[in-house]
Write a protein that binds this ligand. Sequence first.
Ligand code: ADP
Length: 158
Amino acid sequence: MRKGIYPGSFDPFTNGHLDIIVRAASLCDKLYVAAARNGTKEPLFTLGERLEILKECCQGNGSIEVVTFDGLLADFCIKNGISSIIRGLRATADYEYEHAIALMNRRLAPQVETVFLMADAENSFISSTIVKEVARNGGDVSSFVPPAVVSQLKSKFS
Ligand code: ADP
């Protein structure tokens, strides 16, 4: 059984994240989608709000489980027999950060491989940070995020 994990802040969840999940799910027997509990950034959405959206967007696919965890991702992978960490790559700006994290995770858990999926051209300019900025200033984000996130953003900024 090949288990993978797609970790992220998902603050908020975007169509770019969704595309990576759909593609990653086809590569694994089981895919954990893991919302980070304690990132370095102060999130706009609570963990509960982010988990609710992830569950709604992943429902219907029995091989996906939405989770959160405390502590190191590498430890979570070892404990749960996860062999691949999935990450998405957009422009070169993502590369340096992802490179450092992938090498650190390999040191911490050599048996776990980080797999990068190239962002789809349609989604490669979408980031949670930019989506929040557009929504905060009243712009239309409906083509960048699922409908449930449009509503969540509206109620945050109303
Ligand atoms: P983190 O804080 O862990 O970077 P994010 O939620 O910002 O969490 O991103 C999670 C993963 O999804 C990262 O690997 C990121 O590069 C990738 N990602 C973010 N936006 C997109 C997108 N539009 N298309 C493809 N991958 C993306």
